[in-house]
Design a protein around this ligand. Structure first.
Ligand code: DX5
Ligand code: ZN
Length: 229
C-alpha cells in the first residue's frame, strides 16, 4: 500500500488545528510540510514556529520539504521543531553527503528532492544513504500546478535502479497529484503520494485521502513491494 502525504500548503491557514485533526482522523500516513525561502523558489510559505505548533496538533509522521538555500544551517532547528524526516534539494546542496549525514545523526529520516530538470542518475552515489527520494513533478514553489508528464519516466528510471540494486529507498512524488494520475504514478513505482489541492480543495478531504489509498491498493505490484519494504 502506498503512503499518502497530504501537503499542508493547501490547507486553510486560519484553521490549521482543525485541518490537522482532519488529517489525524484520516487514513493519511504522513503530513507533508513545505518550507520556502523566496530565494531557491519564488515563494515564501511558513517556517519553524508554524511547524512547532503543527507538531503538537498532529499524530502523523512529519515530512519536512526544505525548498531553501543552505538547508544545513537550519536542519537542527527543524529537528527541534519536530520534523521526522527532512528533504533537501540536490540543487541547493554542493555537499549533499554531509547534509544527509547531519540529518541522520540528528535522528531523522534523510531524503533528497530533485527538480523536473535534474536527472535521476545524479542520485546514484547517495541513494544507499536515503530513506526516500522526492521526485518533483512540478517546478517547486507553488501548490495547484499541473503535473509534468515527463516525470513519469523519471519515476520508472528510479524504480528500476532501486530494484536492481535491491535498495529500500522510497520514491515520493510531489506536485499535481490527482485522483486521475495517482494510479499511473503508483504503477510507475511511486511509494509516497504528496497531495495538496487534491485533498484540501475537495468537498470531502477525508474521503479523497481514502480514495487515493484505494487507488494504490488496486495495484498488486505495489502491494508486494510494500510488503517487502
Ligand atoms: C510545491 C510543493 C508541494 C505542493 C503540492 O512546491 O512542494 O508539496 O504543496 O501541491 P499540489 O498537490 O496542490 O500540487
Ligand atoms: Zn513539497
Amino acid at each position: 500500500m502506498a503512503i499518502v502525504a497530504p501537503s499542508l500548503l493547501a490547507a486553510n491557514f486560519l484553521r490549521l488545528e482543525d485541518e490537522c485533526k482532519m488529517i489525524n482522523e484520516s487514513v493519511a500516513d504522513w503530513l507533508h510540510l513545505d518550507v520556502m525561502d523566496g530565494r531557491f523558489v519564488p515563494n515564501i510559505s511558513f517556517g519553524i514556529p508554524v511547524i512547532e505548533h503543527v507538531r503538537k496538533a498532529t499524530t502523523k509522521f512529519c515530512d519536512v520539504h526544505l525548498m531553501i538555500e543552505a538547508p544545513g544551517d537550519h536542519v537542527p532547528a527543524f529537528k527541534r521543531a519536530g520534523a521526522d524526516s527532512i528533504i533537501v534539494h540536490l540543487e541547493t546542496c554542493p555537499n549533499l553527503h554531509r547534509n544527509i549525514q547531519q540529518i541522520k545523526e540528528l535522528g531523522m529520516k534523510p531524503a533528497v528532492a530533485i527538480n523536473p530538470h535534474t536527472p535521476v542518475l545524479l542520485l546514484n552515489d547517495i541513494l544507499a544513504d536515503l530513506h526516500h527520494v522526492l521526485i518533483m513533478t512540478v517546478n517547486p514553489g507553488f501548490g495547484g500546478q499541473k503535473f509534468i508528464p515527463h516525470s513519469l519516466e523519471k519515476i520508472k528510471q528510479l524504480r528500476k535502479i532501486s530494484d536492481e540494486r535491491k535498495l529500500n529507498v522510497l520514491i515520493e512524488v510531489d506536485g499535481g497529484v490527482t485522483g486521475d494520475n495517482a494510479k499511473d504514478l503508483v504503477s510507475a513505482g511511486a511509494d509516497v503520494l504528496v497531495a495538496g489541492n487534491t485533498v484540501f480543495s475537495s468537498a470531502d478531504p477525508m474521503e479523497t485521502i481514502k480514495k487515493l489509498k484505494a487507488i494504490n491498493q488496486e495495484n498488486k505490484e505495489q502491494k508486494e513491494r510494500s510488503a517487502f519494504l
